[in-house]
Design a protein around this ligand. Structure first.
Ligand SMILES: Cc1cc2nc3c(=O)[nH]c(=O)nc-3n(C[C@H](O)[C@H](O)[C@H](O)COP(=O)(O)OP(=O)(O)OC[C@H]3O[C@@H](n4cnc5c(N)ncnc54)[C@H](O)[C@@H]3O)c2cc1C
Ligand SMILES: NC(=O)c1ccc[n+]([C@@H]2O[C@H](COP(=O)([O-])OP(=O)(O)OC[C@H]3O[C@@H](n4cnc5c(N)ncnc54)[C@H](O)[C@@H]3O)[C@@H](O)[C@H]2O)c1
Length: 487
């Protein structure tokens, strides 16, 4: 099927994708692979938040910090790893990783798929129609024969606080793209962005104060995970304060320092303040009102990523609020693309069954996440509390990572912990959590166990190689067999 111009500014395609972040790109890939003509609309950079202001630059900043910390625990290297990081080199590497915020390579990739790229701001204009306002004020109307996929992602939330707008706060964008290392940085928020960026800038030389409203960090993971991450941040010199609430922010003139005022009257002075306080969907100006939906709201979907009541409208990735991570959004994109193609074929091949090709089942059961702090934190599936809240008869077993030979070889004085949450009725793994150096690469084994619903009895036959960190699986199975419950 090829593009057919109806008149100068009106075009018709099988599928229109709104937003070319990692998720939109993957929808394009799948619907093009199915032979559907496709238009994709992008207002900023092809590759989205992930490529330029989130996953990629943040990991480019964190990798040197983590490598240095690991080297400090390896005999023979220790003495060479105590100096400061070469911040200029790290920032230059970050700039290279994001392609200096140019998207030529990714634009070429989109075009290589045969999709047509429209640059500009897209908005729905009633069912199946999208209007694109180009950079020169030009308007093009795209009609979708089969589906519109909204993949517009999220932006950072800033709380409503006195003084904040005038204080030029950092959001995740500035925290991942800054060309300078601030002398003093206050980070507000103990979620993933807060702890990753506190880790990175602390290692790059900032004096970091982390302000957390609750009792700990990473509240969606098992409590011990956040405890390890927080303790390590404090040990490295970050000023970590839990149970505090920011009540105002004051910037002294245009270039002066910023004062973060806490409830109770304490003040923390810094050069920059990062608000890592969550995300909201980029749906406030995409024409949702023209199809009876609420502007600014998340877009809930069924497991084929379709919006209820609109058989042509899909919402994929961050914007549907299911799991705000690139890999999970790309998984959804593969499923949505396949579902759109199956429905377009009209041959009844669309398959709504759980774990089938057209149902994003893992969103409910097995969402993996690695937090690239030092130590790393990783989890998949349910925590013990979430398993119990969901009505499972569950048991948690914990082991210290130091109980495997591989940990002592990986790093002297290795500290970390692992947990399995087991469904006692089915004897399968509902969830797994790890904290420790190098455990990010361990997570996928747990993801396979949870997704595959592998019985504990069979896991005994999955023998981890000696002496790897993966031997922690054996210790966990032994703890389960021997009736050792988590503390
Ligand atoms: C600091 C930070 C670090 C992160 N690190 C990780 C990580 O390590 N691993 C991980 O898995 N996840 C990470 N995430 C989350 C990850 O960035 C998101 O889950 C991911 O970017 C979501 O992809 P998306 O395509 O749904 O949205 P986005 O990446 O936000 O892309 C949406 C695209 O749509 C475009 N758009 C929006 N509205 C319109 C419109 N009206 N018209 C045209 N175009 C439009 C935007 O310009 C953008 O290009 C991180 C997030 C942050 C903030
Ligand atoms: N490695 C990764 O996978 C990775 C890395 C970064 C971000 N992400 C994703 O990006 C998303 C956004 O991350 P995030 O950290 O911005 O959001 P988040 O929702 O994970 O954490 C925000 C935190 O800020 C706190 N908060 C909210 N308002 C506050 C206020 N006024 N004062 C103090 N604290 C406040 C919340 O209680 C919460 O703990 C997450 O869903 C995460 O999955 C993933």
């Amino acid at each position: 099927m090829t593009r057919a111009a109806r008149h100068e500014h009106e075009y018709e395609y099988d599928v229109v994708v709104l937003g070319a972040g990692p998720v939109g790109e993957n929808v394009v890939d799948r619907v093009r692979a199915a032979g559907l003509s496709t238009a994709v609309v992008e207002a900023e950079l092809i590759g989205g938040e992930c490529s330029y202001w989130a996953c990629m630059p943040s990991k480019a900043l964190l990798r040197p910090a983590i490598a240095r910390s690991e080297a400090r625990r390896v005999p023979g290297l220790r003495g060479h790893a105590y100096g400061p990081l070469d911040a200029r080199d790290v920032l230059a590497h970050r700039d290279a990783v994001v392609g200096d915020w140019k998207d030529d390579g990714q634009a070429e990739w989109v075009e290589s798929t045969g999709a047509r790229l429209f640059r500009g701001h897209g908005r729905l204009l009633g069912p199946r129609r999208v209007v694109v306002e180009g950079p020169e004020g030009d308007r093009r109307v795209l009609t979708a024969r089969h589906a519109v996929a909204v993949c517009t992602g999220t932006r950072a939330v800033l709380p409503e606080l006195p003084g904040l707008p005038g204080a030029r706060p950092w959001t995740s964008r500035e925290a991942t793209s800054s060309a300078e290392v601030p002398g003093r940085l206050v980070v507000v928020g103990g979620g993933v962005v807060g702890v990753e960026m506190a880790t990175a800038w602390q290692a790059l030389g900032s004096r970091v104060t982390l302000l957390v409203r609750g009792g700990g960090v990473l509240p969606r993971m098992e409590p011990f995970v956040g405890e390890h991450v927080l303790a390590a941040l404090a040990e490295r010199g970050a000023d970590v304060r839990t149970g505090v609430t920011v009540s105002a922010v004051v910037r002294d003139g245009h270039t002066g320092p910023v004062s973060v005022v806490l409830e109770g009257g304490d003040r923390v002075e810094a050069d920059e303040v990062l608000f890592a306080t969550g995300r909201r969907p980029r749906t406030e100006d995409i024409g949702l009102e023209t199809v009876g939906l609420e502007p600014g709201a998340w877009l809930p979907v069924d497991d084929s990523l379709r919006v209820a009541g609109h058989d042509w409208l899909y919402a994929v990735g961050d914007v549907n609020h299911r799991a705000l991570m690139t890999h999970q959004g790309k998984y959804q994109a593969r499923i949505a693309g396949a579902a759109i193609a199956a429905r377009a074929a009209g041959d009844g091949s669309a398959d709504p069954a759980a774990w089938g090709p057209h149902a994003a089942t893992a969103d409910h059961a097995a969402v993996p996440q690695v937090v690239f702090t030092d130590p790393e934190a990783a989890s998949v599936g349910l925590t013990l509390a979430a398993a119990e809240a969901a009505g499972h008869r569950a048991r948690a077993v914990d082991v210290a990572m130091a109980s495997v030979a591989g940990a002592g070889l990986y790093a002297q004085g290795y500290r970390g912990r692992a947990r399995l949450v087991v469904d006692l009725d089915r004897e399968t793994v509902l969830g797994a959590s790890f904290v420790g150096q190098g455990i990010g690469e361990l997570l996928h084994s747990a993801t396979i166990a949870v997704t595959g619903e592998v019985p504990i009895g069979r896991l005994w036959h999955a023998v981890p190689a000696f002496p790897t960190l993966s031997e922690v699986w054996l210790r966990l199975l032994e703890a389960y067999r021997d009736g050792a419950d988590a503390p």
